[in-house]
Ligand binder design. Structure first.
Ligand SMILES: CC(=O)N[C@H]1[C@@H](OP(=O)(O)O)O[C@H](CO)[C@@H](O)[C@@H]1O
Length: 544
């Protein structure tokens, strides 16, 4: 089979002319206004075909979704064969292809990439794809199919899915028939795997509870409802899961007054939530790769339990299971965070749980990579995106360990179930939700007990617009500014004046702005420090 039919490629590209902007494949694919996205999606389709050929026909995934709302309203991301995010060096090729300004330039670039990368034109190209409920999704799927046809790639449309479901499917396709088989290559296979694992994980629980889940009026709503069919009911010993904000008939309702971003940004429950004090609530984001928990306290105060809290909860429980099953020696657990993790969570992991913490730059691909350094790597961004990775050695130890007592046996069974319940490819709100429910049931904890594990330091995030954010170059997992010269010294001087003060500034990877984070012993001090560091950024950002 030819690499592609050049005539077809140009026809396809002419159908979707470049709007003449500069596009960047960022931390989570391309994200922009949907009306700019057609030609970019087309080019991402071409790249997916190239990537698959380079990997001798292993299947590549394309997901049409954006991971957060304005300023972007849609996006596209690529999924590599094991279900992980696109390999970093290929992000640059995606950027190059997306920016080819003419048909001729695109064709030249495609040929050059094929030859530079020594891509075997005879190798098959296989791509699977899906989209979430955003209105422009079906139009963008059309652009993608045009590209895949032009590039001569076999393709399968999995229609509406959550992002993590597509990651799951990509891994299933590529491991089918091998010793690493991950699951059945179907949406139903995903529900069956998670449903069965949840049931096993709940077998030795002490109690079960109830949770109201806000689905952001996105694809997570119908998918969670489908998953419920595979879970034990409360009467059968499961969790009572109430689904709200699951209207996907009107895509424009996505994230409106609901969803994980709304809850985290506004520090309040969605107005549609009618829960009472201490009742457990969770919110997903639009493509269901993030989840945060929250409740209202007896004193009527809103309390958020974000990604940091899910990470600490999971690390603590996995540590318990490791000890109780007699496997602690074989299971070195570690936690991976970004600089946005609350300092109190880092301290809790290091001092109370006595586990190591790695800090990486923002973007889950960095966290995911670092998590593979542990036998059990727990990684979460504060915004609720994350998962737990088990190394091949850990999986083997967990699968083959001979328990020495009924207590060891029970802990081992739960651990085994968790290796199946937790999505190993990417952060998955549905799987993470069930993980939290399993842990709370085992620990016999409500929201109050979970919250009381440690006290968050008050913190503030500020977005600062500057002339050129690229002036701000961060190092040390984005905790210090190397440039502009002198800026970090000013920040250090300020931080030194606050009790438990910590602050950093870094250029956003997804928006044209610099983000400033600050935390300190009191709310007033955190706000004050953030404001002052933001001023430093403004001052240095305004300089020529
Ligand atoms: C402070 C913050 O929330 N940053 C977000 C945001 O990155 P920035 O590089 O900060 O724009 O978008 C990323 C991709 O979705 C997400 O991984 C990250 O957590």
């Amino acid at each position: 089979m030819a690499i592609m039919d050049p005539k077809k490629l140009v026809e396809g590209s002419a159908k979707h002319p470049q709007p003449g902007k500069v596009f960047q494949y960022g931390t989570a694919g391309f994200r922009m206004k949907a009306n700019l996205l057609d030609s970019v999606v087309y080019r991402v389709g071409l790249l997916a075909a190239l990537r698959s050929r380079k990997l001798n026909g292993q299947t590549i995934g394309v997901m049409i979704t954006a991971s957060h709302n304005p300023p972007e309203d849609n996006g596209v991301k690529l999924v590599d064969p094991m279900g992980e995010m696109l390999e970093a060096s290929w992000e640059a090729y995606a950027t190059l292809l997306a920016n080819a300004a003419t048909d001729e330039a695109l064709l030249e670039l495609y040929k050059k990439l094929s030859s530079d990368l020594k891509i075997n034109g005879e190798a098959p190209a296989r791509v699977i794809f899906a989209r979430d409920t955003r209105a422009s999704g079906s139009r963008l799927v059309g652009c993608l199919i045009d590209a895949l046809e032009a590039a001569g790639a076999e393709h399968t449309d999995f229609k509406l899915l959550t992002t993590p479901q597509l990651h799951y499917l990509v891994r299933c396709v590529n491991t089918k028939g091998t010793q690493y088989e991950y699951g059945d290559v179907s949406e139903q296979g995903y529900y069956e795997k998670i449903g069965a694992a949840f049931k096993r994980a709940m077998k030795h629980r002490k109690s079960s509870g109830a949770v109201t889940v806000d689905c952001a009026n996105g694809v997570g709503g119908p998918k969670l409802k489908e998953l419920l069919k595979y879970l034990p009911t409360k009467a059968e010993g499961g969790v009572d899961i109430k689904v709200i904000n699951d209207d996907v008939v009107k895509p424009e309702n996505l994230n409106v007054q609901c969803g994980a971003d709304f809850v985290k940004t506004n520090q309040r429950a969605p107005p549609s939530s009618t829960t009472k004090p201490l009742e457990r609530c969770a919110s997903l984001d639009g493509d269901a790769d993030r989840v945060v928990y929250y409740f209202t306290s007896d004193e009527n105060i809103f309390r958020l339990l974000d990604g940091d809290r899910i990470a600490t909860l999971a690390a603590s429980f996995l540590g318990d299971l490791g000890r109780q099953s007699g496997l602690a020696e074989h299971l070195k657990i570690g936690v991976v965070q970004t600089a946005y993790a609350n300092g109190a969570s880092t301290q809790y992991v290091e001092s109370n749980l006595k586990l190591p913490v790695i800090c990486t730059p923002t973007g889950v691909k960095h966290l995911h990579h670092a998590a593979t350094r542990f036998d059990i790597g727990v990684y979460f961004e504060a915004n609720g995106h994350g998962t737990v990775l088990f190394s091949p050695a850990a999986l083997k130890a967990i699968a083959t360990h001979e328990p020495q007592s009924p207590a060891q046996q029970a802990a081992l069974e739960t651990l085994q179930a968790l290796t199946e319940l937790i999505n190993q490819t990417v952060g998955d709100a549905l799987s993470d939700l069930l993980l939290v429910e399993v842990i709370l049931a085992h620990k016999n904890w409500g929201m109050r007990e979970w919250l009381d594990t440690y006290v968050d330091l008050p913190n503030r995030l500020v977005r600062v617009e500057v002339r050129d954010r690229n002036m701000f170059v961060a190092v040390d997992a984005e905790r210090r500014l190397e440039s502009p010269p002198g800026a970090q010294a000013e920040i250090d001087k300020l931080v030194g004046k606050y009790k438990q003060g910590r602050s950093f500034a870094r250029a956003s990877g997804t928006e044209d702005a610099v983000r400033v984070y600050a935390e300190a012993a009191t709310r007033g001090e955190a706000d004050d420090l953030a404001g002052k560091v933001a001023n430093v950024v403004r001052q240095f950002g305004a300089a020529a």
